[in-house]
Design a protein around this ligand. Structure first.
Ligand code: GDP
Ligand code: MN
Length: 389
């Protein structure tokens, strides 16, 4: 789960990392009220899980509560997009923060380096822009340390980052003090990323986290009693919520070929085969081992609720899962749902012949049997592209 900036900052504050004082507002009036409470100059920031808000006009300075109201009026209701997320996100809240006098902007983050099997800390004196851009233009401007999770973060790591990144001498001491706290936050929150961009050196010599991008690992939710509360303000798309309610292991993707399979490995290979056939999968959906008629029917319902889906590929290898029950689920779903897209079905393994016969005996204009996995994928892709399978 990617947190909103204000949520990330609330968590960082608990780890004694300095962040500006601020309040969340959902209306221009609340923003004016917040600005009044903070006094003086404030900055009004769009709360979306998307970078580049500054460039998109989602961050505005305000000299008075009246200006904060105007800024919030412009920002709330905006849709902010970037290259990674061209559809963008609607702004529903703003963070109103006391504005400071920024002298320098730095970058710092902790993340997981899976290939090194270690945590990685990254720091740069060139903050406020994307770290990928900095690394490309001037790799020497980026300092990096690997941290062994068992040994932890030491003073040595902090110095290596701060001196390696060539932070201004006035910022060194405070930055060295902040780094172990940030590392602790990263580890104790079970985060996959804690990124502060920019970390700033203020006029009066203080070092403060001006932005916060915190991603929490959903698999560790059970260890964090506040996880659900943090999640409650995030909008879970209808399709995902429905899938979760039905106990389906579902992940939405951006393509147009819906996928149903049993077993994560088979589903992954099905995605690969669809790609190899020139198509784009619309989702990952694993009905698991021993899936019966009801689960299959729910799976088809979830997938066909996405208007982007132009064809569906059901790829089942029966083991504990019985192909006759899968066929029953498909027939049941076709009877209940108004399915508009073709469904290509490949059944193999336990009771496959029985399942195939059941499908053949209950002909449906949208049902297309296939013998092999590759053949099924090719058909599904051709149908998604508007060609006959
Ligand atoms: P992002 O563009 O979505 O990453 O949003 P950031 O929170 O990183 O803000 C982008 C830029 O806006 C920063 O690099 C700063 O230059 C500026 N900015 C953000 N907060 C403040 C603030 O409190 N005071 C001032 N003067 N500028 C700010
Ligand atoms: Mn930022």
């Amino acid at each position: 789960m990617d947190l909103f900036e204000y949520q990330g900052k609330e968590l960082l504050r608990k780890f004694e990392i300095p962040v500006p004082e601020g309040r969340v507002a959902t209306t221009p009036d609340e923003a004016a009220e917040a600005a009044k409470g903070l006094g003086g100059r404030v900055v009004v920031k769009a709360q979306v899980q998307i970078g580049g808000r500054g460039k998109a006009g989602g961050i505005k300075l305000a000299e008075s509560p009246e200006e904060a109201r105007e800024a919030a009026d412009k920002i709330i209701g905006m849709t902010i997009s970037n290259e990674q997320d061209p559809k963008g996100q609607l702004v529903k809240r703003v963070l109103v923060e006391r504005a400071g006098d920024i002298r320098e902007e730095y970058y710092v983050s902790f993340a997981i380096d899976r290939s090194a099997r270690k945590f990685v800390g990254i720091m740069s004196a060139q903050g406020g822009m994307s770290i990928e851009e900095v690394a490309e233009k001037d790799p020497t401007a980026v300092a990096k340390v690997h941290v062994d999770p068992l040994l932890g973060f030491s003073d040595y790591h902090a110095r290596k980052l701060v001196y390696g990144a060539k932070l201004d001498p006035e910022a060194r001491k405070e930055a060295i003090a902040i780094l172990p706290k940030l590392y602790r936050a990263f580890v104790e929150l079970d985060a996959s990323l804690v990124e502060v961009n920019p970390l700033v050196l203020m006029g009066e010599g203080r070092v403060v986290a001006l932005d916060a991008k915190v991603s929490l690992d959903d698999s560790a939710a059970y260890r964090h009693p506040n996880f659900d509360e943090l999640k409650s303000v995030h909008e879970v798309p209808e399709q995902e919520r429905f899938a979760k309610e039905r106990g389906l292991n579902f992940i939405k993707l951006d393509g147009d070929v819906g996928i149903i399979g049993n077993g994560a490995g088979l589903v992954m290979s099905t995605l690969d085969v669809v790609k190899a056939a020139g198509g784009e999968p619309a989702n990952f959906l694993d009905v698991g081992g021993g899936a019966g008629a009801e689960l299959l029917s729910s799976a088809l319902e979830v997938i066909t609720s996405n208007a982007e889906v132009k064809s569906v590929l059901v790829n089942i290898f029966g083991g504990i899962t019985r192909c006759d029950l899968v066929a029953e689920g498909i027939i049941d779903a076709l009877g209940r749902l108004d399915v508009q897209v073709p469904i290509v079905v490949r059944l193999d393994g336990t009771n496959a012949e029985q399942g195939r016969k059941m499908l053949a005996d209950a002909p449906h204009p949208k049902l297309i049997p296939a013998d092999t996995m590759l053949g099924a994928a090719e058909k599904a892709v051709a149908l998604a592209h508007g060609k006959e399978g």
